[in-house]
Design a protein around this ligand. Structure first.
Ligand code: HEC
Length: 271
């Protein structure tokens, strides 16, 4: 092959490989630059409301409500086998143990504060190595010498005690889940009553009810609803004591508030 052709071929090859290399680099760069996480698509007609507390509420066209997590993206779905401190244990402790002159932020009787995860873990007598011997659990036994909560307050139910034990057995973790919130259902018996039982009745139950307000019967709840104080206390309206207790507790979840509001707007029936 004449030398001139060889040189020419070499020149072309070098040019080509340089171009190829350039193309490869540019292509890779463009690929990564353009590759984006898929944009989540919300269900049609999802309404988004931001509350004064900074929570984002998504209301889908089926009237299902999701708090802070858009419908298709639930990051911590609730599992029925797990005890969630935030949703299940904290309300139970607040309502039954953190009442005035007990384990609230002011009195913290015997150095026990049951008003947050950190305090419960550090002062509640939780024993991860022998859960059944945890003071948090043993003191609630109906046979305990100084039963908690003390009479005249009602003792915890078997189910409530089982929940405490299960939480410790699962490692006493600070777990939170984003449950689905269906606000189409808000009957008194199936929906409202259990909310009050969890969040209010430790103090507003049948025996020695706080502020002389008892939610042990429908009549008691209805009278309080009619006075306007029930809803006012839930949304922390001016001039009404903010609930739930203890001092500085967050308002009940938006999901519960929406159901309660719908029930009150429907005339607060005993259904
Ligand atoms: C840990 C105890 C505790 C829990 C839980 C609790 N309350 Fe109360 N509640 C009190 C006490 C104590 C008072 C009386 C406060 C006072 O008079 O200083 C009170 C008073 C009230 C009042 C009267 C307010 C006023 O200004 O007259 C309403 C209404 C009320 N609670 C509703 C609720 C509702 C609804 C819940 C549940 C979402 C709830 N409470 C949960 C302890 C509690």
């Amino acid at each position: 092959m004449p030398i001139i052709i060889k040189l020419f071929t070499n020149f072309i090859m070098r040019l080509l490989s340089k171009r190829l290399l350039l193309l490869l680099v540019l292509g890779t760069f463009l690929y990564f630059a353009c590759k984006r996480e898929p944009v989540p698509v919300l269900p049609e007609k999802t309404q988004i409301v931001i509350t004064p507390d900074g929570d984002t509420i998504y209301i889908t066209n089926t009237d299902t409500v999701y708090i802070n997590n858009p419908p298709p993206l639930t990051s911590h779905p609730c599992s029925p086998d797990t005890v969630y401190f935030e949703q299940q244990l904290l309300p139970l402790l607040q309502s039954n143990c953190a009442s005035p002159n007990c384990h609230d932020n002011i009195t913290h009787e015997e150095g026990v504060w049951l008003t947050s995860y950190e305090f419960t873990l550090t002062t509640g007598g939780v024993r991860l190595t022998s859960p059944t011997q945890s003071k948090l659990y043993t003191s609630t036994s109906p046979n305990a010498s100084e039963r908690m909560p003390p009479p005249p307050r009602a003792a915890l139910t078997t189910a409530q005690r089982a929940l405490i034990l299960k939480w410790i057995q699962q490692g006493a973790q600070d777990l939170h889940c984003d449950g689905e919130c269906d606000t189409t259902q808000y009957s008194y018996t199936a929906v409202i009553k259990p909310i009050l039982a969890l969040r209010c009745n430790g103090c507003h139950g049948a025996s020695a009810p706080s502020g002389n307000i008892s939610y042990a019967t429908y009549a008691g709840v209805k009278a309080n609803v009619d006075s306007g104080k029930f809803w006012g206390s839930i949304v922390h309206a001016n001039g009404i004591k903010p609930m739930p207790y203890p001092q500085g507790s967050a308002q009940i979840p938006d999901c519960d508030k929406i159901k309660i509001k719908k029930w009150i707007d429907a005339g607060a029936p005993e259904n």
